[in-house]
Design a binder for this molecule. Structure first.
Ligand code: G6P
Length: 367
C-alpha cells in the first residue's frame, strides 16, 4: 500500500529508498527493446528524425532534469537544445521553427505554468509535443502526441525524489533514442549507452548504502544558515537540485552554482562558516573542478566532496569526502541520491515537516 510508511520515518525517506525499483520499472522496456524511438510512440521515429531543434519546458525539479538532459541531447543527438522555465517561456515572444520537438517534463502533468507554456509553444509554430510524465491520465498526457511515462509510482513527499530520478532515466533513454535516429553516435557507442542501463538499480542501491555517512554530514549542516553546492557539466544541474532540496525541506538558504562561476561572485560568500558541497565526476573537467575546490579551501570553506570513483586523488586531505559508486554519463543520476539523503537528514535533525514543507504544494495548479 503506497500510503504505508513501513520501516521509514517519512514518505520522503521511503521514496528515496524506492528508487532502485522505480528506475528499474522506468527503463525495463528500454532494456528489452534497446533505447528506441518506438518507446515514445508510433510516430516518434519520424518526428525525431525531422526535428531541427529541441525545446524543453518544465518547472522546479523537473526543470533541473531538463538541464541535465541538455548535455546528453546535445552531445549524442547533435541537436540544438534549450531548456526553459515554463513560467518564463509562456510570457516570452519567440517563434518555434516547424518540427521543433517540445519536451514537457512534469511529475504531475498538472502544473499550471507548464500547461500554459505548452499551449504557448503550439501557438508559436508547428511544434511536436513529447510529454515525460509520472501520472498516466494527467492533463499533459492527454495533450501530448508522444508520451513516456516514468514509473515512479505515487510520490507523496512534496520534495521530488524518485520522480526526479526516474525523469533522468527517461531522458537518458530519450537521448540515446534520438542519437540513434540522428546517426549521432556509432553502433558501439550506442551499445555502450544501452549497456549501462541494466546495472543501474544495483548502482542506486550501492549509493543508498552511503546513508549513515550522509547522516553524519547532516548533523554538521543542520547548524548552518547557508550552503553552496557546486558541480560542472551534468553535475551543475544536480548541484542546483541539491540546493533546492536543502531549501525546500531543511529551510537552509542554499545556492547551486556551476563551479566555473565561483570567481564571478559566490567565492565572496566563502568563509569558515560556509559549507560547500561539491559533486565531482571523473570527466574532462575534473582538473578544473579540483582547482575550484582549492580556491574554496584557501578561503577556509568547509568542504563536503561527493566524488565518483577514480577522482579521490584530486581531493586528498581536503574536507569531508565520500565516494559515490559508478561512473560514466549516469553519474548525474546517482549523484542526486546523496544530495537527497543529505537534505533529508538535515531536515530531520532540524525537526521540520519533511513531507509537507511550509508554504509549498506538491502540485502547483495555479499560476
Ligand atoms: C512543485 C513540487 C516540485 C516539482 C514542481 C514541478 O514545486 O513541489 O517537487 O518539481 O512542482 O512539478 P511537476 O509536477 O510539473 O513536475
Amino acid at each position: 500500500d503506497v500510503t504505508e510508511l513501513g520501516p521509514y520515518r517519512h514518505f520522503m525517506q521511503k521514496e528515496i529508498f524506492e528508487q532502485p525499483g522505480a528506475v528499474a520499472n522506468t527503463v525495463q522496456r528500454a532494456i528489452e527493446l534497446g533505447c528506441r524511438a518506438e518507446l515514445f510512440g508510433p510516430d516518434a521515429e519520424a518526428i525525431f528524425t525531422a526535428a531541427p531543434a529541441i525545446r524543453i519546458l518544465a518547472c522546479g525539479s523537473s526543470y533541473h532534469a531538463g538541464l541535465v538532459a541538455r548535455y546528453w541531447l546535445e552531445e549524442w543527438a547533435g541537436l540544438p537544445v534549450s531548456v526553459e522555465i515554463a513560467s518564463e517561456y509562456r510570457y516570452r515572444r519567440c517563434r518555434e521553427p516547424d518540427g521543433t520537438l517540445v519536451i514537457a517534463i512534469s511529475q504531475s502533468g498538472e502544473t499550471a505554468d507548464l500547461l500554459a507554456a505548452v499551449h504557448a509553444a503550439r501557438e508559436r509554430g508547428k511544434v511536436r509535443l513529447l510529454a515525460i510524465c509520472n501520472v498516466p491520465h494527467a492533463t499533459l498526457t492527454r495533450e501530448a502526441e508522444l508520451l513516456f511515462l516514468t514509473q515512479a509510482g505515487i510520490e507523496i513527499g512534496v520534495a521530488s525524489t524518485k520522480a526526479f530520478v526516474t525523469q533522468l532515466a527517461a531522458l537518458y533513454v530519450l537521448a540515446v533514442a534520438l542519437a540513434r535516429c540522428r546517426a549521432g553516435l556509432s553502433e558501439a557507442e550506442l551499445q555502450a549507452l544501452n549497456d549501462a542501463l541494466p546495472g543501474l538499480p544495483a548502482r542506486i542501491n550501492a549509493t543508498l548504502a552511503l546513508e549513515p555517512e550522509l547522516e553524519r554530514w547532516a548533523h554538521e549542516l543542520a547548524h548552518c544558515r547557508h550552503a553552496l553546492f557546486l558541480g560542472r557539466h551534468t553535475l551543475f544541474p544536480i548541484a542546483l537540485e541539491g540546493a533546492l532540496k536543502l531549501k525546500e525541506i531543511a529551510y537552509i538558504h542554499a545556492e547551486g552554482h556551476a563551479a566555473g562561476e565561483l570567481k564571478h561572485g559566490p567565492l565572496a560568500l566563502v568563509d569558515e562558516d560556509m559549507p560547500v558541497i561539491v559533486c565531482a565526476a571523473r570527466d574532462a573537467l575534473l582538473g578544473k573542478l579540483a582547482s575550484n575546490v582549492r580556491e574554496v579551501q584557501a578561503r577556509g570553506g568547509r568542504l563536503f566532496i561527493l566524488a565518483a570513483p577514480g577522482t579521490e586523488g584530486e581531493f586528498e586531505g581536503i574536507g569531508h569526502h565520500l565516494t559515490v559508486p559508478g561512473g560514466g554519463p549516469l553519474t548525474a543520476l546517482t549523484m542526486a541520491l546523496p544530495l537527497q539523503l543529505l537534505a533529508y537528514h538535515t531536515a530531520c535533525r532540524k525537526g521540520t515537516d519533511v513531507d509537507k514543507p511550509r508554504n509549498l504544494a506538491k502540485s502547483v495548479t495555479v499560476e
